[in-house]
Design a protein around this ligand. Sequence first.
Ligand SMILES: [Zn+2]
Length: 141
Amino acid sequence: MQQCTATKKNGDRCAAPAQGSSELCWAHNPLNRTKRVKTASRGGRGKAAKRIQPLWDEIRTVIAGVESERLTPPQGNTMIRGFHALILLARLEIEKAELEIAERRLDLDVEERTELRHRLEELEEEIDARSTMNGHRRLGA
Ligand SMILES: [Zn+2]
């Protein structure tokens, strides 16, 4: 299989295999850009958020326990403090996941800018080539 022709941020040639008829791997193909952002945001944030929901349910059970006098208020307080700490940890994980998503978005923006600069250079070369051709034609006429 052909190797991806893109260059990584550190200047090394990308080692991933090129996909299909493209000269680029999946990650470097600009066509996959939106898909990559979506995949990144689905990852960590969703998982951490799912962990918080059961904790809220536990807290509700504790409150119901105190109300029904199955638990004493001090027992209820201790348990809620514990769940509260777990929720704080899960929220930290969500924040971390969001930072990672933001970082990945920045990486993608850098890739996109590089890609746009390449296209601009190609266009400039083409314009140069055309104006040179026109110049010759004018001279020749
Ligand atoms: Zn690549």
